[in-house]
Structure formats: structure tokens, C-alpha cells
Design a protein around this ligand. Structure first.
Ligand SMILES: Nc1ncnc2c1ncn2[C@@H]1O[C@H](COP(=O)(O)OP(=O)(O)OP(=O)(O)O)[C@@H](O)[C@H]1O
Ligand SMILES: [Zn+2]
Ligand SMILES: [Zn+2]
Length: 846
């Protein structure tokens, strides 16, 4: 008999390994690698995934339990995804089940549900009726209440405990007794959170000719039925017609349709429908553009491995407006011609309608879209469209890298430098590495595209020294439409202050805005909000409203007029007087987009501003609406945070203004300069993309900073040269890798001791293996442990936090070492309150 190895969804220590289950004869054709199954585990039924099929097992078969149910007809995961999950669990130090779960939509994360049915087990099938009769007859052993319950269940076949308690609110005692006596049986099965959406559809039961004849013979008083049947006959090419449609089109009740069913003319059935978030939307079809020479050269290179079905990784470094998208589109075209499928990853924030339109416009309904603003149901249906082969291209955020394609040819990652490709909760994976790994496994090509590649990727491409990741560099240094990159001017804001200008707009930016308003051209204004917070401070005593549990200041939300903690969700009303000194001079600080908007209205009466930030884009579709308004020229200014910096292509934008370039430069993050450079370059790229020339003004308090100077010259290579030097000297990626270990506990002294313990365990293990030491030494293998120190946010939800940073390089199993150490500490403690979280290659250092 075959045995299935199953990873179960049980969040406990010791369950992060495969368990063996027997495959019952009846399920043998259904259970595959990647199947989702319900299996008994302890006293419960839990969900699990089959990761391999084995002829035999270590466990003796008599102790083994059988799989209870197979949950899907088509397994939700393919063998290559199961393999990928296993790789992820090692690579990102997470549980196997966590990696498997992240690959499927939340809708499929089933929960055990309990069913009650009548126990027919010890009675042969044909005697059932008799058995039931005797059961009911035994009035002596079954009281009235119990009998009611039994008939209720008997009618329905099987009921859930919820259904039962709704019908019989006080049935618990009777139910327990019936279960104990074996009259009733309890079963568990896994129920998905999300159901497929079905619609009642009406179909003809007779031929349309016959139906037409019937209509003509209908009695005059059955006018409604006549109308309905005529409607159905007229729709004969589109059957089934939705019941809803008939009811609303003809203003009839479902009863009218039912009477036609009774006559045997039509049938009504449930039809499964896919929720399509873009339904009814028309996308203007586009045809391939003739590639220019730079594009052609890049395209040809990509075709080499693609045409020969080989794996290959490319870094497409093309300046803003160089036409990277057209290279993506034509590469996808080729991939589809090969009957293979393509994944397009874009950062969540730039997954704008403009982006979706470009792909839907070229490939129409073959495109599925996945992003977090879809409802769980919509996401589930887009996912099913992919798995059932109805879509061959998926455009989506990070998690679309797990799209269940079976014949993958191409993965494109646009704006590959974006930090949102890293998931911040477990599994803390980076979609770039996962994409490369997945493509390796399926012989697919990867294109990483950006105007400002991450230093890690650029270094890998230049050095060609990493056997797992050596992208081939493709450069497109000029804009597709032949126009030059916009002129950039840096404005020294300290100078403005010295000359008496206290406004947030410098004189040059002020003048530039005035001139655009006169010429009726459009503007993009960026407020770099990283590092800013809108907090409330007392100007009398300096009191800052903070969260009592998280050691962090509360953020002001104007819409709801309250203060909120962004870590734990705590909220309180805005104080009218200072709780410390009673002063009334308490107000909110920080340059939020709202304040810029107010200032614009004051300085430029009549200016039309569209503000795009987290506050104005929470509602579904709002993003889209705002951009459409701007595109339709209903506003002069598009004002926003990072959201306005990427991917947008509006022809009439001739001015880009950056309110303050340097707000993020002082963050405790070694990538601060890189992120500033990227953001400035990206937003500058929004100007003058078509026939009108563009101008960019960057306001700064540190105008001499190299990231700002090089961004103003659109000079990526000078920036990376300088930044590489810093990173090399200070031992930061790409010259080493990092692992961040964060430990937390409610009690500070305890935590401190454990954190010290962790650090010395790490050091001890590294020393044993001969790796430990300062990275300054010239050995190829090295590992250094920094800390423990308090985390930048020292307390979250009343838990103190300490961290160790591990820097390492070379061909060593540093991740294994950290995992070993964490397990050792956890085993020695037996303190559930102590938590260790491991982040491999962290992006957020806060
Ligand atoms: N071969 C071509 N012929 C004509 N127009 C083209 C061609 N390639 C691209 N374009 C046009 O050039 C403009 C810029 O292209 P695109 O938006 O793809 O640039 P990009 O490299 O993705 O820029 P960014 O990094 O700023 O998003 C678009 O309007 C696009 O339609
Ligand atoms: Zn005060
Ligand atoms: Zn808090």
C-alpha cells in the first residue's frame, strides 16, 4: 500500500516534519504530490499537504492512520512548488507549512468543521429503514427531545454543530448523550473559508424551435410566462441566462420562471461563476511596437535562452522611459507562442491600473491580476483561473511568484530594487530569490528590470561570482522616444531660510509652479514621507503623545481625528490640552501631504490638487479613480508619497518637485542613501516623458550628499561606485550577508539574559567551526555577531525587544548555525513567552 508524507497545519514545536498516512484504496487516484488533505492528528482533523508518495515507511503500518479526505479535485500545488517550499523553509528559516500556506490563497486555508450524522455503521445498507424505525420506536431509550434531534438529522443527512444548535438551542446534553450511546456519529472535515461563487442559471429543457411553438400556443392570461420563455429563447446563444438577469430585465419574480420549470420547458441549476475584478472594463487593444535598437539588442539576448528552453537571468538596466515595458511585452509574446506561461511581478504600490492596462491591452483575457486590493473571493478566482489554465499571464505583487502555472517560461520582475518584494512576516522571503530559484527548477527565463537596480543585483551582475545568482547585464541608456532625461536642479533649503523664506516651497519651486499653471501643464509633487511622522507635540513642554505599550509616538489621523499606534493599533482621541502641563498649545507636527495640500491652496488660489497617499487610497478602486482624474487633466498637481514616484506615464507632466529629498537620509538604515537615490531618480523620471521637455526641482537640507548629487545627474554608475566603497569598508551587503535575530519577552531582565545567552551561543558555535571573527580579516569565510542591543523600536505590544545582527560571507551554512542556536536556547528555556524571530537578508532594520 502507498503511503503519503504529509506536512500538517499544526503550529506546535515538533510538528515541522512530514507525518506518514495510509492512502485508502478509494483515494489512490486522487492523492498526488501537492494535494491538500484532511488527516486525523491527535483527536482532531487538520489540513495538510502531501509532499511525497512512498511505497513504504519507517512507521509500522498498523499504527498508521489513513487520510480522511482529499480536499480538491486538482491539487492546489504542483510538485515544483512543493519543492520550492521546502527550499524556502531552509533558506528563510521558516516552517515548511508556513512556506506551503503562503503559496495558496487564504480562501483555501480550511478549518475543521464538525458534522453530526446518524450512526448506520453496524447495520447493513438495506436494513437502514428498519433500523431507523426501531430506533424511533424505542421510546423508552430515546426521549422526545432526542427523537426530534434524530429526525432533524435524518432529514438532512448530516448537519454541522452550528446548524443543530440553531435549531435546538439547548441540545448540548441530549446531543452528548446520543453521541456517547453511539446513536449519532461525529465527523470532522475541512471546510474552506471561501466558497466558489455560484449563480442560478436558466436553461432550455426543450429545443428552441419547440419552445417557440409553445410560446405561440400559450394562453393569453399567462403573459408573464410567455415573456420569460421568449426572453430565454432569444438568448439561446448565451445559455444559461442568469436568473437574476431575467428577473431584473422583465421585472418578474423567480416564481414565474419556476412555473416554466414545472411545465418542463426550462431547467434551473447552479452555475459556477468566476468573480472578475475587471469585468465590464474595456482595455484598448495594443499591437507590438517596432523595437528601437537598444530594445532590439536586449530582446535578442533574452531570446537566446528563451528560444532554447533554457534557464537564464537578466538584469535589464534601462533609464526611466527607456521602454522596458515593451521588451517585457514582446518577451511574453514569445513565451506564449511556445505554449508556456509568464509571471509579471510589480511592486504593490505601482500595481496601478496603468500597469494592468498595458498587459491586458496586449494579452486581453489571458491576463490574471493578483494584488492585495482584491477581495479574498476575487483573488481566489483569479488564482483558479491560473490553475485551471484559463490564464497564461499573471500580473501581480510579490506573492504572484507562486502562481500555479505548470509550464512556466518567463518571470519578469519590474522595479526589481523595490523593498516591498521582501515579505516582512513569516515566511520572510524575497521574491527575487524565489523567482530565480523557481525559474531554475522549470527552465524559465528571469528578467529583472529597473532604472535603479538594487546594489545586490547590480553587484552580482558585474562580478559574476555567485554561482546561484549571476544575472546577465543588459543596458538601455536612452529614452525610447528619443527625448533627453529632464534637467534637475537642487535647491538648498538652508539658503532659503537664511534669506527669510520660511515656506515649504523654495522660490524656484514657487516660480516653477506658477509657470506651469499659466501654461496649463501638469505637475507631480513628491513628499518623501519615510522618516516623517505626523505626531502630536506640546509646544509648551515638549510632551509627545506616545503608545504606552510600544515606546513609539502615536500617529495623527485627520480623517478619524484620533491618534493611533501603528504597531499595536491602539487609538485615542486627540488631546485638547497637554496631559503633562495643561497647555493648550498642543498640535500635530510633521509635514504630511495634507499640510502640503493646505499650503498649496493658500499660495496658489484655485489650484487643483489630487492627493494620493495611504489616507486617500484606502478605499477599493480609489487609486485608479485618482489617476484617471489626473490623466483626464482634471487636476494640475498630483501630490503624494512614494506612490507617485513609480511607473506612471503621463505625457503632460513637465514639472516634478520634491519637497524634501533628505528626510530618509538620517534613518538608521545602511540602505538610506540607496533608497534616496532610487526614489529621486524614479520620480525625476516622471517628467518630460513625451513631446514636452521636463524639469525637476529637488529641495534639500543636505544638497551636498552624494545620493542627491548623483540623482540630479541621472548618474547611476557614479552613485553605485561611491556607495560600493562605503559598503565595502563598513561590511554591508553586497559584500556580506545579514541575519537579524530579534528576541522578545515581557520581562526586561529575563530578556536581557537570554539575549546575552543567544549571542554567546552563536559565537561559540561559529568559533567551533572556525568561522568566527571580524570581517576585516581577509579569510573567504567569516561570521561576526553584533549585539545584543535594544531594537530600534525597543518595545512592541508590551514586549521588550533585543536583537543580534549577524554579518557573514563565504561558503558556510550560517542560516543553519542560527537555527541550531535558536533551537538550543528554546529547548533550554521551556518559556513560551520568549520569542525568537529570524530574518534572513533583512530589508527593514527597524
Ligand atoms: N519601440 C518604441 N516605439 C515607440 N514608443 C515606444 C517604444 N518603446 C516604448 N515606447 C514608449 O515610450 C514610453 C516610455 O516607455 P515605458 O513606460 O515602457 O518606459 P520604462 O522603461 O518602463 O520606464 P519607467 O522605468 O520610468 O517606468 C511609453 O510611452 C512607451 O509607449
Ligand atoms: Zn505640555
Ligand atoms: Zn502600540
Amino acid at each position: 500500500m502507498q503511503i503519503a508524507k504529509v506536512i500538517v497545519d499544526v503550529p506546535a514545536r515538533g510538528t515541522d516534519r512530514p507525518f506518514d498516512y495510509l492512502i485508502p484504496e478509494s483515494m489512490k487516484d486522487w492523492v498526488e504530490v501537492g494535494s491538500r488533505v484532511g488527516v486525523p492528528f491527535g483527536h482532531r482533523t487538520v489540513q495538510g499537504f502531501v509532499i511525497s508518495l512512498d511505497p513504504q515507511s519507517q512507521t509500522e503500518t498498523f499504527k498508521m492512520k489513513p487520510i480522511q479526505e482529499v480536499l480538491d479535485i486538482i491539487p492546489p500545488l504542483s510538485p515544483d512548488l512543493v519543492e520550492l517550499a521546502q527550499w524556502m523553509s531552509r533558506q528563510y528559516a521558516c516552517r515548511f507549512i508556513t512556506a506551503l500556506q503562503v503559496m495558496i490563497p487564504t480562501a483555501l486555508k480550511g478549518k475543521a468543521e464538525r458534522h453530526i450524522s446518524i450512526n448506520h455503521s453496524d447495520v447493513p445498507e438495506h436494513e437502514n429503514n428498519e433500523y431507523r424505525d426501531t430506533l424511533f420506536a424505542e421510546v423508552s431509550s430515546v426521549n422526545k427531545e432526542e427523537q426530534d434531534i434524530i429526525s432533524f438529522i435524518d432529514q438532512k443527512g448530516s448537519v454541522t454543530t452550528q446548524q443543530l444548535s440553531r435549531a435546538f438551542p439547548e441540545c448540548a446534553v441530549a446531543l452528548k448523550s446520543l453521541l456517547k450511546r453511539g446513536v449519532l456519529l461525529e465527523n470532522q472535515s475541512i471546510k474552506d473559508k471561501m466558497q466558489k461563487k455560484t449563480l442560478k442559471g436558466v436553461n432550455l429543457a426543450i429545443s428552441s424551435e419547440d419552445a417557440q411553438e409553445m410560446i405561440d400556443q400559450f394562453p393569453a392570461k399567462a403573459i408573464r410566462q410567455k415573456e420569460v420563455l421568449q426572453f430565454i429563447v432569444d438568448s439561446k446563444d448565451f445559455l444559461p441566462v442568469a436568473m437574476k438577469t431575467i428577473m431584473s430585465a422583465l421585472q418578474v419574480s423567480s416564481g414565474t420562471v419556476k412555473s416554466l420549470v414545472d411545465k418542463g420547458y426550462v431547467t434551473v441549476d447552479d452555475y459556477e461563476v468566476l468573480r472578475d475584478p475587471y469585468k465590464g472594463r474595456h482595455f484598448k487593444p495594443t499591437t507590438p511596437l517596432t523595437l528601437n535598437e537598444e530594445q532590439r539588442r536586449a530582446y535578442d539576448q533574452i531570446m537566446n535562452p528563451l528560444n532554447s528552453y533554457k534557464h537564464g537571468v537578466f538584469l535589464l538596466h534601462g533609464v526611466t522611459g527607456s521602454g522596458k515595458t515593451e521588451v517585457y511585452l514582446q518577451s511574453i509574446q514569445r513565451c506564449l507562442e511556445q505554449d508556456r506561461q509568464a509571471i509579471v511581478l510589480v511592486p504593490e504600490i505601482s500595481l496601478t491600473p496603468q500597469m494592468v492596462e498595458r498587459f491586458k491591452g496586449r494579452f486581453g483575457d489571458l491576463v490574471a491580476v493578483m494584488h492585495s486590493r482584491l477581495s479574498a473571493g476575487e483573488r481566489y478566482d483569479e488564482w483558479r483561473k491560473i490553475r485551471e489554465g484559463k490564464a497564461s499571464v499573471v500580473v501581480g505583487a510579490r506573492s504572484a511568484v507562486f502562481a500555479p502555472f505548470t509550464n512556466l517560461g518567463l518571470i519578469i520582475m519590474d522595479e526589481e530594487h523595490e523593498s516591498s518584494y521582501k515579505q516582512e512576516e513569516s515566511p520572510k522571503y524575497h521574491a527575487r530569490n524565489v523567482a530565480v530559484r523557481r525559474a531554475q527548477g522549470s527552465g524559465a527565463v528571469v528578467i529583472l528590470g529597473s532604472a535603479t537596480p538594487s546594489l545586490e543585483t547590480y553587484h552580482a551582475a558585474k562580478s559574476q561570482s555567485n554561482p546561484d545568482f549571476s544575472p546577465w547585464l543588459l543596458e538601455m541608456p536612452t529614452r525610447a522616444l528619443g527625448n533627453k532625461l529632464p534637467d534637475v536642479e537642487i535647491v538648498d533649503m538652508r539658503e532659503e531660510l537664511r534669506e527669510g523664506n520660511r515656506s515649504m516651497f523654495s522660490r524656484s519651486l514657487h516660480a516653477a509652479i506658477v509657470s506651469r499653471l499659466e501654461k496649463k501643464e501638469q505637475m507631480v509633487l513628491l513628499l518623501n514621507r519615510r522618516g516623517y511622522s505626523t505626531f502630536v507635540m506640546c509646544r509648551g513642554c515638549g510632551y509627545v503623545a506616545g503608545c504606552s505599550e510600544c515606546d513609539i509616538s502615536l500617529t495623527f489621523h485627520q480623517k478619524s481625528n484620533n491618534l493611533r499606534c501603528h504597531y499595536c493599533g491602539y487609538a485615542e482621541p486627540v488631546p485638547q490640552v497637554c496631559p503633562e502641563c495643561g497647555s493648550e498649545h498642543i498640535r500635530y507636527f510633521g509635514t504630511g501631504t495634507q499640510r502640503v495640500e493646505e499650503e498649496l491652496a493658500k499660495l496658489f488660489p484655485g489650484i487643483r490638487v489630487i492627493r494620493m497617499d495611504v489616507d486617500t487610497t484606502t478605499e477599493k478602486g480609489s487609486h485608479e479613480k485618482l489617476l484617471k482624474q489626473f490623466g483626464d487633466r482634471q487636476a494640475d498637481v498630483l501630490l503624494g508619497t512614494q506612490m507617485v514616484a513609480k511607473g506612471l506615464d503621463f505625457p503632460d507632466v513637465t514639472l516634478v518637485g520634491v519637497i524634501t529629498a533628505d528626510s530618509a537620509l538620517n534613518l538608521p538604515d545602511f540602505r538610506a542613501a540607496e533608497k534616496t537615490f532610487q526614489l529621486l531618480t524614479q520620480v525625476a523620471g516622471r517628467a518630460g516623458r513625451h513631446h514636452l521637455p521636463g524639469e525637476v526641482l529637488i529641495q534639500s537640507y543636505t544638497p551636498e550628499h552624494y545620493s542627491i548629487i548623483h540623482a540630479s545627474g541621472h548618474d547611476y554608475s557614479s552613485f553605485v561606485r561611491e556607495e560600493f566603497d562605503h559598503r565595502r569598508v563598513l561590511h554591508y551587503p553586497p559584500y556580506c550577508r545579514l541575519i537579524l535575530v530579534t528576541m522578545s519577552h515581557e520581562q526586561l531582565p529575563l530578556l536581557l539574559r537570554m539575549a546575552e545567552n543567544m549571542a554567546s551561543t552563536l559565537q561559540g558555535k561559529a568559533r567551533q567551526r572556525g568561522w568566527f571573527g571580524n570581517l576585516d580579516r581577509l579569510t573567504p569565510d567569516a561570521l561576526d555577531v553584533l549585539g545584543p542591543v535594544a531594537s530600534p523600536i525597543p518595545r512592541i505590544k508590551n514586549r521588550y525587544r533585543f536583537q543580534c545582527m549577524i554579518k557573514w560571507r563565504g561558503n558556510i551554512d550560517a542560516i543553519g548555525l542560527v537555527l541550531d542556536s535558536a533551537t538550543q536556547i528554546e529547548d533550554s528555556l521551556h518559556d513560551k513567552n520568549f520569542q525568537i524571530s529570524i530574518d534572513i537578508d533583512p530589508q527593514m532594520l527597524m
